[in-house]
Design a protein around this ligand. Structure first.
Ligand SMILES: *Cc1c(COP(=O)(O)O)cnc(C)c1O
Length: 403
């Protein structure tokens, strides 16, 4: 069917909630993706930091095919082997610290939703009935359900959906004074990303990290780290919090965990997880045998192919190349991020949206974030030659826009 006819059909029958333009893809291999008209693009969106092993990865295809032929879904009324195995891998990973229990969900929002419920129950049982306040950060993103939207520190997203969850409080990123001032005896948790993905690739400062750790230690405030975008190796370690020296009480995952298959999780320490009893939380599809079989394959692939080392090497190559583009073309204010979660912030005279469009003309897919930032999110197994290809295309796009 012709692309424009398909898009007409889509516009007729799908909710109008995304600005997709004319982009419709039908197949992919590794970091390359093909549209309905047979044109190939270099995919540095990766389903928004999700396809960490690229498209049509053979290990993932085999895991899906094998498990789908055996047992896809049984509900959580019964045990299933792939979910038991994946939970063991996650908690026994050396960098997981005290996180020792896992709950599987289908998405990032559901992972955060569960984490928020757990924090509230913990707050009530440990500190008293009123202890339900959750602090989050301005420009954060935690999901689209009512609780996670309430925790998302972006007022433009709130407007039409008030009233939000009571006890949702926001402080500015890296404003330690504001954070300390916001904490009172009704505060049960702080929910945050170590590096804000949607918010424009903004990282926690060393001082802010210390303030968070002090609140955790001295006041018993739970630290919930949203690793939905940063987790599963994206920043060069399996969890980004390892690089910030946190010992989180709760951590949430999704995106890279299923590498494109819907799978999320929240992990918690023994003490915190113990506050959930049978009946407190649940899901029908979350952690089903098919999703967690994929999760096992993804986890194994990360370590068997030494993916974290590749992230470090390709990150350095990418950042060095971007710095060169910045010197040659100008228009770039800052290159930021960790590992393969890289943001290119443009100066006021350049619109990131124009760079995005110019990249598309160069047959390269990128995605924007807040504050005039373009995000570069290749799969974690991207090769040296593919980074070179990206730098060539991105450089050409920037030079076209910055005059
Ligand atoms: C994508 C994202 C979410 C939401 O995940 P969904 O799977 O879209 O529900 C939550 N937090 C962060 C940091 C994200 O990047």
């Amino acid at each position: 069917m012709k692309t424009e006819d398909l898009i007409d059909m889509g516009n007729a029958s799908l909710f109008n909630t995304y600005n997709r333009g004319e982009k419709l893809f039908v197949s992919g291999k590794g970091v390359h993706i093909k549209n309905n008209d047979g044109e190939t693009y270099l995919d540095f969106v990766s389903g928004i930091a999700t396809n960490i092993l690229g498209h049509a990865n053979e290990t993932i295809v085999a895991a899906i095919t094998d498990q789908a032929g055996k047992l896809m879904h049984t509900s959580n009324v019964f045990w299933n082997q792939p979910s038991i195995e994946l939970s063991h891998k996650l908690v026994n990973y050396s960098g997981a610290g005290n996180l020792s229990k896992v709950f599987f969900s289908n998405s990032g929002a559901e992972a955060n939703e569960g984490a928020l419920k757990l924090a509230r129950k913990y707050g009530k049982e440990v500190h008293g009935d009123d202890c339900t306040k959750v602090i989050s950060l301005v420009d954060s993103f935690h999901g689209r359900t009512m609780a996670t939207l309430s925790a998302t520190g972006q007022t433009d997203m709130h407007q039409d959906f008030q009233p939000l969850l009571p006890g949702s409080v926001y402080v500015r990123l890296n404003d330690s004074g504001a954070l300390k001032a916001a904490v009172d005896d009704q505060t049960c948790a702080v929910l945050f990303e170590t590096i804000q993905g949607e918010g424009g690739i903004n990282s926690l400062s060393g001082e802010f990290v210390e303030t968070l750790k002090t609140l955790q230690k001295d006041k018993g405030i739970l630290l919930i780290i949203d690793e939905v975008q940063t987790g599963m190796g994206r920043t060069g370690t399996l969890f980004s919090f390892e690089q910030f020296g946190f010992e989180p009480d709760i951590v949430t995952l999704a995106k890279g965990l299923g590498a494109g298959y819907p799978l999320g999780a929240f992990m918690a320490t023994e003490t915190v997880a113990g506050h959930f009893k049978p009946g407190d939380h649940g899901t029908t599809l979350g952690g089903n045998p098919l999703a967690t079989a994929v999760g096992n394959a993804v986890f194994d692939e990360i370590f068997e192919t030494d993916l974290l080392a590749n992230v470090a090497e390709r990150s350095q190559q990418l950042v060095e190349g971007l710095e060169k583009i910045s010197e040659e073309a100008g228009g770039i204010a800052e290159i930021k991020g960790f590992g393969l979660l890289i943001g290119v912030a443009f100066t006021d005279k350049v619109q990131a949206a124009d760079v995005l469009a110019a990249c598309y003309e160069e047959k390269m897919l990128v995605v924007s974030a807040k504050h005039n930032v373009i995000r570069l999110l290749p799969p974690l197994n991207v090769t040296e030659a593919e980074i070179d290809e990206a730098l060539e295309k991105f450089g050409a796009a920037v030079k076209k826009i910055v005059k």
